[in-house]
Design a protein around this ligand. Structure first.
Ligand SMILES: CC(C)(COP(=O)(O)OP(=O)(O)OC[C@H]1O[C@@H](n2cnc3c(N)ncnc32)[C@H](O)[C@@H]1OP(=O)(O)O)[C@@H](O)C(=O)NCCC(=O)NCCS
Length: 177
């Protein structure tokens, strides 16, 4: 699934390229990012990991996986991952950004762009995200885009040796303005 490059005020959304590996390592190699994501996003984030991930993204035709470019470098990522079978009208939203650019409103804006794309250009009717209990900035990003907290899954995540609650946020197309 593709989307043309979208240039915003202080960042751009664009496809990933194989030559993003260096900037991916530079910006993704951070335990403060990895602790909020699934274990497939490792710490340390090495060059071989980056190349393997970029290769996988290059072959993926089902999901919408974009780089967030800031100051000419791939400094983050955002994606919509479609579910299958009876869940095929759902897509999971995921994102991360280089710590150097946190608090500038970039992810709030990028989630808004992806929501609009999902609800105007795809079949998806429900978008959702699951957030670990300590990740208040990410919950705020979703709330600012109209997502509602639907559930707290108690002690379902094992991360850094601790069991964590996970907060499920969702947005229905029929509630999207
Ligand atoms: C979560 C993350 C994506 C946010 O990106 P960002 O571009 O910095 O987010 P924004 O600047 O758009 O918005 C962050 C909001 O959280 C708020 N915030 C920051 N720290 C906060 C805290 N401790 N408690 C509550 N809100 C907080 C900000 O004030 C802002 O809200 P506001 O505009 O109402 O003031 C980024 O911190 C990140 O990459 N974290 C690591 C990976 C991650 O958590 N990914 C999501 C997994 S679900």
């Amino acid at each position: 699934m593709q989307l043309p490059t979208i240039q915003r005020n202080n960042y751009a959304l664009r496809p990933w390229h194989p030559d993003d590996a260096g900037s991916l390592v530079k910006h993704a190699n951070n335990p403060s990012i990895a602790r909020n994501l699934r274990d497939g996003f490792p710490y340390p984030y090495t060059l071989p990991e980056a190349k393997k991930w970029l290769d996988m993204v290059g072959k993926n035709r089902d999901d919408l996986i974009l780089a967030i470019e800031v100051n000419g470098e791939a400094a983050g990522g955002i994606g919509l991952h479609g579910l299958k079978d009876v869940y095929r009208y759902n897509a999971e939203v995921g994102y991360w950004l280089s710590e150097a650019f946190w608090g500038m409103g970039i992810i709030t804006d990028a989630v808004g762009v992806m929501v609009e794309h999902a609800f105007t250009q795809t079949r998806w009717l429900r978008l959702f995200a699951t957030i670990y209990e300590h990740n208040h900035p990410s919950m705020r990003v979703l709330e600012k885009n109209g997502f509602k907290k639907e559930a707290i899954h108690k002690k379902t995540v094992m991360k850094e040796g601790k069991l964590l609650d996970e907060h499920l946020f969702a947005l229905l197309k029929e509630h999207w303005i």
